[in-house]
Design a protein around this ligand. Structure first.
Ligand code: TMP
Ligand code: ASP
Length: 255
């Protein structure tokens, strides 16, 4: 017997579908094979990507939890939901994308006089307003205050949590020979107002370079392979999962 019954679709994003369940404290997230970039200007179906991102996210959420970092994750799906579904706590997502950059890449290099790969110490933290229609614009202090999405205390808590996630992820990826260049996370509040890491953490949302490879294209093991038409996207994600499996316990199944 299954631990929950699937309810209606609550939300469909570019890479995931979120479904209600018959339990108010549980929602089911289905990872899709759809790949998009540049706010969905570029689209493709990549067979196996949903499964890989779901497994990678599960491992990383469990690693964060084991280090005392709260997340929405509760376990992987089973039965017909095995593989590319996970069960999570319902959260009210803060419509802000928190990006931490340990090295320069991507939009930072397009917008600033800084070359790709330059180490950033302390890591740079940028907040973007999560709105595809507006192209997820970079937030200034004044714009953040205008939107009124976070008060001072909440802002401090968001940044502290994001930096703790960065420290944990850097350590995990370091152990498997990967450089965490940068990543995006989304945070939310549970019903009891706990701030938790939500959404996903995967090669769709992180830049990961293979530490042992010098070539600037070959070392890329993340969505930049898709953005830059480098090929081997699913293979690269598979490499990330395989390495993480080498140091992480099997993710738990929600029962
Ligand atoms: P950026 O260099 O394009 O600003 O991206 C920084 C990081 O955030 C990179 O790891 C990719 C990730 N990211 C997302 O997960 N979603 C997005 O919509 C964007 C623009 C970036
Ligand atoms: N996530 C965004 C999109 O799907 C942007 C990106 O990752 O490049 O379009």
């Amino acid at each position: 017997m299954s631990a929950y019954a699937l309810g209606p679709l609550l939300h469909e994003g570019k890479a995931k579908r979120v479904h209600a369940t018959d339990r108010p404290d549980l929602v089911a997230v289905e990872y899709k094979d759809d790949a998009t970039a540049f706010n969905a200007l570029k689209k493709a179906q990549l067979a196996g990507k949903g499964w890989l991102n779901c497994q990678i996210s599960a491992l990383l959420f469990e690693q964060l939890a084991s280090r005392g970092i709260p997340t929405h994750y509760r376990g992987l799906g089973q039965g017909e939901h095995a593989g590319h579904w996970m069960l999570v706590r319902p959260v009210r997502i803060i419509p802000i994308e928190v990006v931490i950059r340990n090295r320069a890449a991507g939009s930072l290099c397009r917008q600033m006089p800084i070359s790709a790969g330059t180490p950033l110490d302390p890591p740079l933290l940028d907040l973007y307003y999560k709105d595809d229609g507006l192209g997820d614009p970079l937030l200034t202090e004044a714009r953040l205050a205008y939107l009124g999405l976070l008060d001072g205390e909440q802002r401090t808590a968001v940044e502290r949590l994001a930096r703790a996630v960065n420290a944990a992820l850097q350590d995990i990826f370091e152990r498997v020979g990967l450089i965490l260049v940068d990543f995006k996370i989304e945070l939310g509040y549970t019903e009891d107002q706990q701030l938790v890491v939500a959404d996903e953490i995967s090669p769709d949302t992180c830049r990961l370079w293979d530490r042992g490879v010098q070539d600037a294209s070959e070392r890329i093991l993340d969505k930049d392979r898709f953005r830059q038409d480098l090929g081997g996207v699913v293979e690269a994600y598979g490499q990330v999962l395989k390495r993480l499996q080498g140091v992480c316990p099997e993710p738990l199944i929600y029962r």
